[in-house]
Design a binder for this molecule. Structure first.
Ligand SMILES: Cc1cc2nc3c(=O)[nH]c(=O)nc-3n(C[C@H](O)[C@H](O)[C@H](O)COP(=O)(O)O)c2cc1C
Length: 381
């Protein structure tokens, strides 16, 4: 278990930052800053020695400190973090300095907590903001079908119509059934980041890398999945967690939020495609929000979100045959629209997401369906 850091450990960690900044200073000041700090009911006496070879922290009291700081640990941390103005700290009695305060400002005034990562800058692109404006018919499409029932499920059934339409414009559509792949779960070791290579510890030990190559080459990625416990199935989540290796560990500004720069940059768009058991469109609310965040962090704009509620019911209810036909035709149209224009018309989406029947009928007929399946010992679904 991670232990709660002791105050001296905090000072050591801080000294590390100060040392790094000091090493970069051209004119090295030499001297000692003595600290008499309090933390809860404890006293912490320690000092920082600035010498040409670097900054070191020691416990106790130094002989001839250039400057002495008396305060609580928290106030000192506020000062170090720039949250407390030194003058205000002195006037309010939060900080007490004695000795040569100019030494303190000379060694502490440099940029301590920062490093230049401009070479990794990867700002929000115009394509990300308005993909349809900069759209080119995708040369390569990768479809990740994350139904545990792979090619036998309702996800596949509806997806097939969409892909038929997409195939009218896009030459290469590559399908991966995640259920048929062996993908180890990310174990959060940060090897991909710490090694500086982006290679996972599981490289060549499972099927991820092989799919990842195709993923990285794709111009359009279709995430297709059944709604599972109000979200994506773990098959897809496991895959997505492994894509953390696509990024550098550095933090940059994204679209109103922080994110990481990518290792490989490519104009790549996303389609989110899901089917559910429940009949209300609102069941996809969490998925919608989740993919908004995921694609922000992956620098990929979403060009279409296709959610078909009650996928199973619509397929199995003979009274909804007309509606099923309409949905399938609209899905094909949607595929063509997305491929050609990088967006989906409202009219098409409305037909795909049309409400089927009254919800009370849905419950009645679904219950009949399940009851009969159980009674007849029928395991098909
Ligand atoms: C474990 C599990 C969890 C599910 N959770 C939900 C859910 O939260 N909301 C919902 O509307 N449907 C849920 N469903 C129903 C599926 O989304 C629905 O049956 C879908 O059509 C299955 O697609 P598939 O045949 O491609 O697997 C769940 C199904 C399973 C097996």
């Amino acid at each position: 278990m991670k232990e709660f850091p002791a105050p001296y450990q905090v000072m050591e960690s801080l000294a590390g930052y100060i040392n790094r900044a000091y090493r970069d200073q051209r004119e090295k000041q030499e001297g000692v800053i003595q600290f008499h700090l309090t933390y809860k009911n404890e006293r912490l006496d320690c000092y920082l020695r600035f010498a040409p070879e670097g900054v070191s922290l020691s416990k106790g009291v130094a002989k001839d400190p250039a400057v002495t700081v008396k305060s609580t640990l928290y106030h000192w941390l506020d000062l170090a973090a720039g949250r407390l103005n030194p003058l205000i700290g002195i006037l309010t009695g939060k900080l007490r300095f004695s000795g040569d305060t100019s030494f303190f400002s000379k060694v502490m005034s440099e940029e301590i907590f920062g490093t230049d990562i401009s070479e990794y800058d990867d700002p929000v692109t115009d394509f990300e903001k308005r993909p349809h404006k900069y759209w080119r018919i995708p040369e390569r499409v990768l479809v990740l079908n994350a139904s545990p029932r792979a090619g036998q499920g309702y996800t596949e059934f509806y997806l097939e119509a969409f892909l038929r339409g997409l195939g009218k414009t896009c030459a290469s559509i590559d399908m991966v059934y995640l259920a048929e792949q062996r993908i180890n779960r990310c174990r959060g070791c940060w090897y991909c980041w710490l090694s500086g290579t982006g290679n996972c510890v599981f490289k060549d030990k499972d099927d991820f890398e092989k799919i990842n190559q195709r993923y990285e080459d794709a111009d359009l990625v279709v995430f297709a999945f059944p709604l599972y416990i109000d979200g994506m199935p773990s098959l897809l989540k496991d895959f997505l967690e492994r894509t953390v290796c696509h990024y550098h560990p550095y933090m940059i500004r994204g679209h109103h939020r922080t994110r990481h720069p990518r290792r490989k940059r490519k104009k790549q768009a996303v389609v989110v495609f899901s089917v559910s058991g429940f009949p209300e469109l609102d069941n996809f609310r969490a998925v919608k929000e989740h993919f908004r965040q995921i694609t922000h962090n992956s620098h990929q704009p979403i060009v279409a979100e296709i959610y078909r509620p009650a996928g199973m019911y619509l397929y199995n209810n003979p009274l909804l045959y007309r509606e099923l036909n309409e949905v399938m035709e609209a899905l094909e149209m949607a595929g063509e629209e997305v491929g050609r224009y990088g967006k989906l018309s409202r009219k098409t989406l409305k037909v795909i997401q049309q409400r089927i029947d009254r919800v009370s009928d849905f419950r009645r007929l679904s219950n009949l369906f399940w009851k009969e399946k159980i009674r007849d010992n029928d395991r098909t679904y």
